[in-house]
Design a protein around this ligand. Structure first.
Ligand code: DAT
Length: 183
């Protein structure tokens, strides 16, 4: 998003957290409720092949951050031009320019809940335990706090469907408030 572009009419929200905490489900619900465009960053990476190689040890593709940011910038610019905002979900939050987001929600799940979700997802023991440790040590929360203004970063529980409802409602209310203040 160009810095000298028009002011956003609707906010951009980032949903982040450890894999399995419920980012995609929550972002999708928020998109439905609030009418923000859902940007599933994981899907974008696959669609646009934002890779710069392969890490054979970790058995994963290495993310080409510059390419991803270029792809996302086009989407964000278009959304702003159309007078809409986006709700993006991704487990990394520190790679984006700070100015892109007006609200950063860090979803948290309890150890037993996350264990079950990652097991269902078919993660092997190593991958599951790495992610569990990251959640327990609140790695993503700390990254979010280091990357964005503290007042826009909110840590919320994401264990139950009630939690998801509450989170979507809170974001809907927050958006209304933001739009009033930024009209
Ligand atoms: P993420 O995008 O963070 O990897 P997801 O949205 O794919 O997570 O959710 C992982 C699984 O957990 C999926 O089967 C939906 C379920 N789930 C997510 N959030 C939940 C919640 N708050 N309550 C109950 N189930 C939830």
């Amino acid at each position: 998003m160009s810095e000298d572009g028009p002011k956003r009419q609707r906010p951009n929200v980032l949903i982040t957290g450890t894999p399995g905490v419920g980012k995609t489900s929550t972002a999708s619900l928020i998109s439905e409720r609030v009418g923000l465009e859902h940007v599933n960053v994981g899907e974008l990476i696959v669609q646009h092949q934002c890779y710069e190689g392969r890490d054979e040890d970790l058995e994963t593709n290495v993310l080409d951050e510059d390419k991803l940011l270029d792809v996302m910038e086009v989407i964000l610019d278009k959304a702003a031009e159309d007078g809409t905002g986006i709700v993006a979900d991704f487990h990394m939050c520190e790679i984006f320019p700070e100015r892109w987001f007006d609200l950063v929600l860090v979803l948290r799940a309890s150890t037993d809940v996350l264990f079950d979700r990652l097991t269902k997802r078919g993660y092997n023991e190593k991958k599951r335990s790495e992610n569990m440790e990251a959640e327990i040590m609140q790695v993503i929360l700390e990254e979010a706090r280091e990357s964005y203004a503290p007042e826009i970063v909110h840590e919320v529980p994401s264990n139950t469907l009630d939690d998801m409802e509450t989170n979507a409602k809170r974001v809907a209310e927050w958006c209304k408030h933001w739009e009033k203040n930024n009209a």
